[in-house]
Design a binder for this molecule. Sequence first.
Ligand SMILES: NC(=O)c1ccc[n+]([C@@H]2O[C@H](COP(=O)([O-])OP(=O)(O)OC[C@H]3O[C@@H](n4cnc5c(N)ncnc54)[C@H](O)[C@@H]3O)[C@@H](O)[C@H]2O)c1
Length: 365
Amino acid sequence: MPKIIKIALKIKTDKSYNIVLGNNILTDLGREIKKLKCGNSIFIITDKNVAKLYLKKTLSALKNGGFSDIGKVIIPAGEEQKNYKTFLKLLNALYDFDKNQQKKVILLTLGGGVTGDLGGFVASTYRRGVNYIQVPTTLLGLVDCGLGGKTAFNFREAKNLIGAFWQPKMVYMDTAVLKTLPLRELKCGLAEAIKYGIIKDKPLFTFFEKNMGQLLKYDKTALDKMIPVCAGIKARITSADERDDKDIRIILNYGHTLGHAIEAATNYKKFHHGEAVAIGMVLAAKLAVKLGCLCGCEAFRIEALLKKAGLPTSVQGIAPGKILASMKRDKKFVSGVNRFVLPVEIGRVKVFENIPEKLILSTFV
Ligand SMILES: NC(=O)c1ccc[n+]([C@@H]2O[C@H](COP(=O)([O-])OP(=O)(O)OC[C@H]3O[C@@H](n4cnc5c(N)ncnc54)[C@H](O)[C@@H]3O)[C@@H](O)[C@H]2O)c1
């Protein structure tokens, strides 16, 4: 008989953190980090576009907060960077900064979701995990990927396949950075923001229908109203299901099963993440109509709103077989059985399993 030695691991740890949200608050970043008492050296991970605009300001904010030992690494911008090569590059740069291995390093990710996801994963792996702060600079980052602790990079045809759950110590959101965000990226952020309306909040969806014109003009009042609502929904969902294993967090994946597959099938070159998700949301709504669980008029409203936001809504020009092949790599699928988050009305979604491939394909036309 084998001898069994049990390792009891009933761990209860408090991983709570604050989202600090305001306009023109970047100058206070160093002082806010200092208050956390979670390290004395800071290593910034950012991309070229963001560095040009905000690195200097960030460095002086950190110095004003009392940090003098600061390192940095700048990566090229774009989803194509979200791979193991960049991951290794980041690790090497961090290793060089932390040469004597005696620093209590805080990682600071300054940028959009690519920087945040990659940088967060570096934080989760370096020395088996170091503290990190997210400073999202895209709308998509402010409403979604800056919070929740999902970190990852893409691997072969699988989006976000390699990753970890690693919670930041703080998410610091300065909405003033949106002023410099290209319109295409603003629209991508709107796609994920609209998602919250569809999965959880009908009044928010109606708000988007009424205020899309203002939002597309970067109207501060409209943005300031919408961002905390979206971030609040994400915060509540991720608090209830940190590791995506309770069938709560899964609803955030609405539009992402096909969205991720579309991104991967086009080598992360044709669509930006928010655009692929917009298409994925329309296809998922069409699928829901075909399954008889969503009224055609609601699917029409979803598509019309995404079009109003200037987002793509169809997959023309991409081989359906390629999309399906990438889709099969979706992390939600269990033992080859597909799982889709589909709307049953605006403001409410459900998880559906084992949907025939033929039906999925029929939404592509
Ligand atoms: N971890 C999560 O929970 C989660 C959730 C949703 C999406 N994501 C991931 O997020 C990524 C998409 O994020 P994204 O849309 O922020 O993309 P991104 O990081 O590629 O940023 C988009 C572009 O905007 C530029 N940019 C960023 N901030 C700017 C600013 N203030 N002014 C001017 N230019 C600026 C960047 O340099 C880049 O060119 C995807 O990889 C997706 O998988 C993660």
